[in-house]
Design a binder for this molecule. Structure first.
Ligand SMILES: Cc1cc2nc3c(=O)[nH]c(=O)nc-3n(C[C@H](O)[C@H](O)[C@H](O)COP(=O)(O)O)c2cc1C
Length: 87
């Protein structure tokens, strides 16, 4: 439906419903089915779903400074390649 509306009106659309996996979300955007994706239940279950999706897809997120120390080892660029000082 998002694709039909997008194609017939030229307006940006958001696809929602049963989107659970990062790859699925990325495919919707890359294939031009929609301009954005939205998650309802997936975000209720995992409020940091976008962070996990970014980690899985090798992308970066902008996180508040208070979270920088939580960046897992092996995901050194998730928060944008930060350099943290030693305590
Ligand atoms: C707790 C909850 C509340 C929702 N409230 C609304 C709402 O107020 N208006 C609306 O249009 N859709 C509402 N929805 C529907 C969602 O926006 C979404 O379309 C639907 O859950 C399918 O997406 P999902 O598979 O990612 O959950 C709600 C869904 C949930 C789970």
């Amino acid at each position: 439906m998002a694709q039909q509306i997008r194609e017939s009106t030229g307006l940006p659309t958001i696809a929602v419903g049963l989107i659970t996996e990062p790859e699925q979300a990325q495919a919707i955007i890359e294939s031009g089915q929609a301009d954005f994706v939205a998650l309802a239940r997936g975000m209720l279950y995992n409020p940091r779903w976008p962070w996990h999706a970014a980690a899985k897809l090798g992308a970066q997120v902008r996180a508040p400074k208070q979270f920088w120390r939580s960046q897992p080892q092996g995901l050194g660029k998730l928060f944008g390649g930060l350099r943290l000082g030693q305590r």
